[in-house]
Ligand binder design. Sequence first.
Ligand SMILES: *Cc1c(COP(=O)(O)O)cnc(C)c1O
Length: 903
Amino acid sequence: MSNETAHIDQFLLIHSARADNWRAVTTLADAWALGRGERAAMETALAGLEAVEEYHAYPGTQLLTALRERIATNDAGGAAKLARRISNSLLTRAYRGRPAEWDVHDEMSPTEVADVMPPATGETGGRRPYFEALFVNSQPSARWPAFAREIGRLRRPEDPFIYEPVIVGSFEDAICATLLNPDIISVVLAEGFPYHSRHDAPVLRSVLDPLGETDSADMSALRLARALRRVRPELDVYLLSDRQVEKIAGDPTADAIRRVFYAVEEPLEMHLAILEGVQTRYETPFFDNLKKYARRPIGTFHALPIARGKSVFKSDWIRDMGEFYGLNLFLAESSATTGGLDSLLEPTGNIKRSQDMAARAFGADHVFFVTNGTSTSNKMAVQALLAPGDIAVVDRNCHKSHHYGMVLTGAQPYYVEAFPMTAYSMYGAVPLATIKRALLALRAEGRLDRLKLLDLTNCTFDGHMYNVRRVMEECLAIKHDLIFLWDEAWSGFARFSPFLRPRTAMGAAAEIEEWLRDPASVDAYEKQQADLGDTPSDEALLTTRLIPDPRLVRLRVYQTNSTHKSMSAIRQGSMLLVKDVDFHTVEAQFHEAVFTHASTSPNQQLIASLDVARRQMELEGYGLVMNAIEIALKIRRAINEHPLISKYFRALGAADMIPEEYRQSGFTDYLAPGSTWATAVKAMQEDEFYLDPTRITVVCGTAGFDGTQFKGLLANEYGIQLNKTSRNSVLLQSNINNTRSDVAHLVRVLVEICHGIEKRLSDGGEGERATFAARVKSLMTDVPDLPNFSQFHEIFRGDAGRTTPEGDIRAAFFNAYDPSLCEYVPLIGDECDRRLREGPEMVSANFVIPYPPGFPIMVPGQVLTQETIDFMRKLDVKEIHGYEKARGLKLVKPEAVTAKAKR
Ligand SMILES: *Cc1c(COP(=O)(O)O)cnc(C)c1O
């Protein structure tokens, strides 16, 4: 095999490598058939596939046996033909809809092309959705084909879905199959299987060992069920037992099992249960009802003329809108909450059920659907959780919705700084030490009781993921009832990767919950207390990995995600996830927040798309996210290992994006030599920050482009869109929508751009080369320092602590409503410089938020420093919210400052 397998991404690429490997087998078979290759080469390639193929229903034993027989009997032509058929079927996924694909004797005529696009009629595209069910059993493998046939016979024409069995015989194989085969969405366990796989393929070891599962006395089906659900919580797991099923079902740890069956009972029951389990995830209560609603004849006398589309389709002037969107959009529009449509503001029917199902899928206790984006979800959470005067420790670099939320609610933000990445004009994330220091400072000021919330962005725009569990545990050790708001606008999808889930709010909260239940946790806490002594110094607290008191902890975790940014929701579809043991104490406030922020005319299509996005992720999210990660790794490698592209461009790895001190495991990058799946897993578990592989910062300054310029070039010349840039980089993101063709297109475009540069440099001679070098140098080295938050002016500090920097942002914000209290000072000019030198201090009257980078350079009430002004002057972006170039910086007048100070 190629160097493909030598890399860390081996595991992450196993899935997509399948198609490549089959193509390789086909090529070798063709060569053999044409007398240009050896039979042995094909046999070896095929043997290399076998361990992984066992975890997939197709091509299955029958076709694989036939292929081996043809090879054994020297039927080179027959083998080549069959290999090609299998390869094509995998590629086009034809085996999912065409039973003949599974038949050895069906040789499709070469002109017959399998349909790649699903047919466009009927509820499910005219084809029943296909999945695979894993059966773990203890029967000898010779019995498996007969067992598979028995399962096949259970199929009925009225089944809503169709599935094929995958049969394995050990704990290890079961884990591998669920990891490697995303089509598996149901698992049936029989008891009595061994731990070890009968294979000892290196690929198996490479996948399993880092997970830390080991052979032990407990080889029960329950243990396997728990292990499987840890990997993929959305799976339905069933247990077949011939022992005391009543006892198993009553086991307190049996919650990983959906249903227990007595093994000798009617197998049809099991078949029906499998289908019903999938149906439970397939159901989309709001969307299902909306479709029904659209089909009913309805006369509307409410205020939404567009509903039913008559004003559109009968019009000579706007009919094109109807033709563009199609009739269903208008049939599904309604302002009614009758007809079973439910109310988003006070859901009791199918919206409530849809939200409950989303809570299940995302591991929350409650979910609020939000139809105005995460901008609104954040404001809702901030408003519901904070009252005027409460303190929130908040990343200064977070999305503006948090800052505006603080203004609205009158809370006092205590800004903390992310580590800067000056070379690329961007910020990382906030180090845990900074957060702990803030908590300890508030404690020293006697203000810890006023602190209510820690508010952070995870992951950041550029892909920094916190060690969420560690942050929460250490903070809870200092303040046991601190509330956490994790803005996961970008990373809602991460739930569906076992690899990224621990670094999400809900994933980490689940782990902490489990830890809180474990009796050993109290001992760990007591031991640490003894070690720390009665009055530990701040220094000791800062350098110790603190353990909270499990008896005191109130676990209160909130997460917002822009479902539209990483899943199949329509723009602005967002969710607010709640996992809060004290939710009942703030529930009324959340309803107020909904009433405050939600439109009274929420969009039906948006709600439906949230419902559908959840369905998709529960049924195929695992495979989609795996694909997004694979694509990302392919892009990273394509850029950094391409001889021409890598001369001018570079995708930044973990070592570039995260300072060494925050990579405790020593992990450097996915592509680094020596990186393995095991080192990546270790980094994911231990490191303070971890780089989300799907967010790829590509340096373009080295190709002579600033970010904005390069973004424009890609969009205008090549139809490639991206949205974030910095002075010398652009951000590429892969998501569940990307395909390998996208990677190919990107690579082709980059090669073309590089050729252009090379040509220009060689045609232009010395002069051109000097200009280019100067341009690169300016982009890469002449970078502005990133300003830290200075401070709130004394007059806007409210009752802040003597040494702590929180401020009364609301007072400062509304101060600017009185124009007589404000003045403008040009950014460029003597006055600004003189004021910096001699005073009086310049105090910003409002927010100034440049795009990019999109975080406030100034907040209301902030004292401006030389660094702030320098940064503003060097900014070369067009869009700066809150700054009018013609008038200058909007400041609080010195007289107004003095007057306020006297009061
Ligand atoms: C995009 C974004 C938001 C706002 O979400 P919308 O859905 O666009 O309103 C909030 N926080 C972060 C970190 C974001 O990236």
